[in-house]
Design a protein around this ligand. Structure first.
Ligand code: 0X9
Ligand code: ZN
Length: 356
């Protein structure tokens, strides 16, 4: 039994998934998509009833960013709902009979375990993976070296363009090359096979925080896929359904159009993160895998945005000065966050079901 309502180690997440596989062998199977820099296996669950024909598939992941702890908890709750609802709730039974769900709750276990190792802000608020140090010549002579790549800047979609950095010490460092990291390679190798690619109808990636239901594209403002109408329609339904549970208010849009952020004061280099950001997994899933419903969900809490428009720029840079820290979500908000997000997610699954 997983301690829902509390934070857990990566080992406990994996243990929980193994227990699910043991108790629900007909619908749940562990999938190992690869291993991290430190050699930790990246594991998830495939949930789906056996079928004689090829099934359509839905992907869900969490914790690609180390500090976004509520996201893996939410993904694990999705697993719990799907397996415990099977044979109980007719709708969920239909989901599991008709589709295959691939749920990988923690894509960045090295980073996640690192953030658990100390409450000091530079550790608890680590964002990237834990890849070895990369050095750049420093202005004062010698060189400056830092660890970690922002995995959500390492995908092949306008890689190394806006909203990402060449500096290894930056929180949004895109890596030395596209797909340089074992974690991003694992996702690509697992999903970009012809078989898998053709089956995927939804790609949902869980992040925190801001209460946003994000659809592509997020590398620049006002750039949308041609089926944006359907993506928006389903996103609208999802956030409406989500808000009916506890009244939580979500906004929707592309990351480029809606996100506002300045990394908080704990950020080592205190850089401005502009909302457009290239190299994200969501945009890659939409463009390279041609997945229909691609959403990046920024979970609770709400982000306060202070808007400053810099008139000399052709685009609007929005940022927030944060005092409290939304990445550290109080335990008592974990289950409500998971419950409402699952409700929203059901709207995405329902949209996938009518496709087929
Ligand atoms: O910056 C990100 O990677 C995401 N926000 S977060 O605070 N969780 O780090 C937003 C990503 C939006 N999508 C893309 N830029 N592709
Ligand atoms: Zn994130």
């Amino acid at each position: 039994k997983y301690p829902f309502g509390d934070y857990a180690s990566y080992a406990d997440m994996v243990k929980y998934m193994r227990t699910i596989e043991f108790y629900y062998p007909r619908i749940a199977k562990i999938v190992r998509i690869g291993a991290t820099h430190e050699g930790k296996p990246i594991e998830g669950l495939k949930i789906g009833a056996r079928s004689s024909h090829k099934k359509r598939a839905v992907w869900v992941d969490g914790n690609i960013h180390a500090r976004e702890w509520a996201s893996s908890h939410t993904a694990l709750y999705f697993i719990n709902q799907l397996v415990s609802g099977y044979g109980e709730d007719p709708q969920i039974t239909n989901y599991v009979d008709t589709l295959d769900f691939y749920i990988v709750p923690c894509l960045n276990p090295d980073g996640y375990e690192y953030t658990r190792s100390s409450p000091i802000p530079s550790v608890r608020l680590w964002r990237k993976n834990r890849s070895p140090e990369v050095c750049r010549p420093s202005l004062w002579g010698g060189e400056k070296c830092c660890q970690g790549v922002d995995l959500n800047r390492n995908f092949r979609f306008h890689w190394a363009e806006r909203g990402s950095s060449y500096e290894p010490c930056s929180n949004i460092y895109h890596g030395e090359e596209v797909f340089s990291e074992p974690e991003t390679k694992a996702i690509r190798n697992f999903l970009a096979t012809p078989d898998m690619k053709d089956r995927l109808d939804a790609f949902v990636t869980l992040h925190s925080y801001a209460q946003l239901w994000i659809y592509p594209y997020s590398h620049e403002e006002q750039n949308y896929p041609e089926d944006i109408g359907e993506l928006r329609k389903t996103a609208r339904k999802a956030i409406n359904r989500l808000s009916r549970v506890y009244g939580t208010n979500y906004r929707m849009g592309t990351g480029a159009d809606t996100l506002c952020k300045l990394d908080n004061e704990f950020n080592l280099d205190n850089q401005l993160i502009s909302a457009p950001a290239a190299g994200g997994s969501d945009d890659w899933a939409k463009s390279a895998l041609a997945v229909k419903y691609v959403y990046l969900i920024e979970l609770r809490p709400q982000m306060e945005c202070k808007l400053f428009s810099l008139s000399s720029f052709p685009f609007l840079i929005t940022f927030t000065i944060s005092v409290s820290n939304g990445f550290i979500l109080h335990k008592k908000e974990l289950i409500p966050t998971a419950v409402e997000t699952f409700e929203g997610f059901r709207e995405v699954v329902d949209a996938v079901l009518v496709l087929n």
